[in-house]
Write a protein that binds this ligand. Sequence first.
Ligand code: NAD
Length: 497
Amino acid sequence: MLDRTVTDWQSQAQQLKIEGRAFINGRYVEALSGQTWPTSNPGDGRELADVAVCGIEDADLAVKGARAAFESGDWSRMAPMDRKMVLVRWAELIEKHADELALLETLDVGKPISDTTHVDVPATVRTIRWSGEAIDKVYDEIPPTPAGTLALIQRLPLGVVAAIVPWNFPLSTTAWKLAPSLATGNSVILKPASNTPLSALFIAGLASEAGLPDGVLQVLPGPGGSLGKHLALHMDIDGLTFTGSTPVGKMLMEYSGQSNLKRTFLELGGKSPNIVFADANLEKAAAMAAAAVFYNGGQTCTAGTRLIVEEKIQDSFLELVTENAKGWMPGNPLDPATAMGPMIDAGQCKTVADYVDIGRGEGAEIIFGGSQVMQDSGGYYHEPSIFSGVNNAMRIAQEEIFGPVMSVLSFKTAEEAIQIANDSIYGLAGAVWSNNINTAHKVAEAVRVGTMGINNYFGGDITVPFGGFKQSGNGRDKSIHAFHDYTELKTTWIELM
Ligand code: NAD
């Protein structure tokens, strides 16, 4: 796999069989309306496949099937160690099809093939395997009640869960939702983002092959505003787990309140601070400062888009960062040497270009990049771009751009760095770089985010929870803590006669 060339991947892409139908009750099916829409490759703008456009009738059918599967107990009451075996088999099947799946994700999302082969697919396998392997090692509780009584505190599955996910990490966010919700015994209806449904559809068939009973996992491609909203308002869905933007997350909370108060867990946007002190390992900090923003074209919820640098090293540090930015010039996603691919679509590419104009208008200075490139490819490419002279009140410091745009700010004291970092509606992630353990810990503790790196960015694995403070959300993906979002606590109190 490592020595594949762009030509190898291109010829494999020609042979790829793409499934665009919905997955309901254990089978791939057309939408009841027969409607389809095309999904296209952001790398060249070409159409990839026709995908079913599911509507309200498909959703109702899927909910009915999911409810029946839940009530049957075939999965919900299956012994956890048996559920484990199904999930582990599913992970193995995904691993077996790793190349095909990585290619599909690259074509559908524009992610570089080196990322999908080394990050997205392996992380998906790990997440499903880990959650499966964990579920028969989690114990319920017996509390310290008075003599003559016994109480049980059990975690029971919610029932039918809807999972709605975004386009920027379609496979990994899907795995982060499906693995713990299925492991805990729920039936799940997944709505992938309307423009990136292919990998979720692909792995649904593998789940069946691994032994997941029909109806336990339904995958409905379709639009958020109608299909997604219908699921969120559905009276027979017990839980809603969402990854996406903060404005849509707020709507979902309202839909929950307007319907049946379904448990609603949200993983939302970010504008993450990356704080660099003069005493840090500046070579490493500069390399990671660039990666923190430009990885996945900045289309990453945790992107370290606010680089907050100690003033006395700002100029020299920015030279290092700019040097690193050169390694992130966009290229063909099927080329294993490409570090950064295209934006997801023309609209997102324009949004990035608009923010570059906004930043200039606000008085910040572009010191690297700033333009759309590779227009003759048919794809949607934008240079890695760096703004200096930013203050935290500017829109480019406050709003999630979701593109490869870094805003550089400076500070004189640790207190000022913390104040700037926390001056945001978001609280998803961040990092601090310093060789002084006291400074690093004090800053890490004071920054109000769900995940903080010290001398690293994007640190973490499946063993640790992931989620946001403030308007970055309320749920937690990954780790044993994710099981909590998909279960209700039940108390049984027993009087011993
Ligand atoms: P989005 O909110 O536009 O869409 C996310 C999903 O919600 C899609 O499936 C979409 O079809 C659906 N949707 C849209 N409107 C809906 C509605 N009214 N009712 C129900 N569903 C609806 O987000 P996006 O543009 O796909 O993704 C980018 C956003 O996701 C960014 O804000 C990013 O930060 C966030 N994100 C967060 C995390 C995290 O874990 N915190 C991870 C990845 C992405």
